[in-house]
Design a protein around this ligand. Structure first.
Ligand code: ADP
Length: 357
């Protein structure tokens, strides 16, 4: 198919007579063979972006080019052909037909494309074998696990070998063991000429991605005064998968940075000591927290916004502390009465998401 190019994409919905801008000037260039992850908290336009790429939704403005197809200039017939030949979609709720077997579900798009029953059956069997469901072909969706249903949905999406696969929250209904298999499968599909775009707020997929598009609610995070945070031994500063806008510098104590992998195992990435900083990647790249940070002794940290952190690095080699007010994670603070600062930040981001457009 070639590369996927998105230029100046704008999507507005009409909400009670008022235009709400969900995507505002998005640019994206993806080379063939890539796995793209569209991340961001719920409600920030991930499904909207997938709908535009798949030709289901016409954007308000901007251009989408899939290989040599200018998707945004296609007429109705052109869009139907594009959706049939170029795009395979894996929906969040799998969208399998409950009365059909796994094999029949995968045969549906082949029949619709004019394949004979026999050829469709052979191709569907080959696809289901490929996703490890050879012995489940005659089962109906109700008798398959979430992970197995997801794999049937993937087999159906790739039945006609489309060069563009779009998956919306593919891990939403899966347990840890199932997630690993589905992620590996999506990774394998993104090769040769094929591009796979996955919309998710699940950070476990990030290590598999070639390209991460972070749909954060607002392009200008709020700058504010640094805060002091006291974290008692054993308490969590922020959790993997949460969204936060502060970068922390350790003043006292020790904290463990642990990452939970797709199989549920926990890996200790680092022990942070005074002078180290924590959580600097996410606010700068505007993605969800990559790991969990937990205090292994009573600890005191200073939290900076990305802007303040940049200033700090420039002016003082990261060792100087600003004027600040205090937050005590255990006892709470009248203005910041939360144990989990990730949760505070998430609420802030969501407010911005809905409020400022
Ligand atoms: P996500 O997939 O990240 O959860 P969506 O793309 O589904 O986000 O939605 C983004 C925002 O657009 C949300 O605030 C949602 O309520 C709004 N939205 C989505 N579809 C419509 C629609 N058809 N009409 C009006 N608003 C919509």
């Amino acid at each position: 198919m070639g590369d996927l190019r998105i230029k100046d994409l704008v999507v507005e919905y009409s909400n009670g007579g008022e235009a709400v801008r969900v995507i505002d000037g998005l640019d994206l260039e993806v080379t063939a063979g890539s796995l793209v992850v569209v991340s961001g908290p719920s409600g920030c336009g991930k499904t909207t972006l997938l709908s535009c790429i798949s030709g289901i939704l016409s954007p308000t403005d901007g251009r989408i080019q899939a290989g040599d197809i200018d998707v945004t200039s296609l007429d109705r017939r052109g869009l139907t052909a594009y959706r049939r030949r170029t795009v395979g979609i894996v929906f969040q709720s799998f969208n399998l037909v409950a009365s059909l077997t796994a094999l029949e579900n995968v045969m549906v798009p082949l029949w619709a494309a004019g394949w004979s029953r026999r050829a469709a059956r052979e191709r569907a069997a080959e696809l289901l074998t490929g996703v490890g469901l050879r012995d489940r072909m005659t089962h109906r969706p109700g008798h398959l696990s979430g992970g197995q249903q997801e794999r049937v949905a993937v087999a159906r999406a790739i039945a006609l070998d489309p060069p563009l696969i779009l998956a919306d929250e593919p891990t939403a209904h899966l347990d840890y063991v199932q997630v690993e298999g589905v992620l590996q499968m999506l990774r394998k599909l993104a090769s040769g000429e094929r591009i796979v775009v996955v919309a998710t707020h699940d950070t476990r997929i990030l290590p598999f991605a070639d390209h991460v598009v972070s749909l954060m609610p607002d392009s200008t995070p709020i700058d504010r005064e640094p805060v002091t945070v006291r974290v008692p031994s054993g308490s969590v500063l922020f959790e993997q998968g949460s969204v936060g806008d502060l970068i922390y510098v350790v003043a006292e104590g020790e904290l463990e940075v642990v990452r939970e992998s797709a199989d549920g195992a926990e890996e200790l990435l680092k022990v942070a000591i005074p002078g180290d900083y924590l959580g600097e990647i996410e606010p700068l790249l505007r993605i969800a927290r990559w790991a969990t940070v937990r205090a292994s002794t009573d600890a005191i940290l200073t939290g900076y916004t990305a802007q303040a952190f940049r200033r700090l690095l420039k002016t003082s080699n990261g060792r100087h502390f600003f004027e600040h007010h205090e937050i005590d994670i255990e006892q709470g603070d009248p203005e910041h009465d939360h144990r989990d600062l990730g949760a505070v930040a998430l609420q802030t981001e969501e407010r911005r998401c809905h409020g400022s457009r």
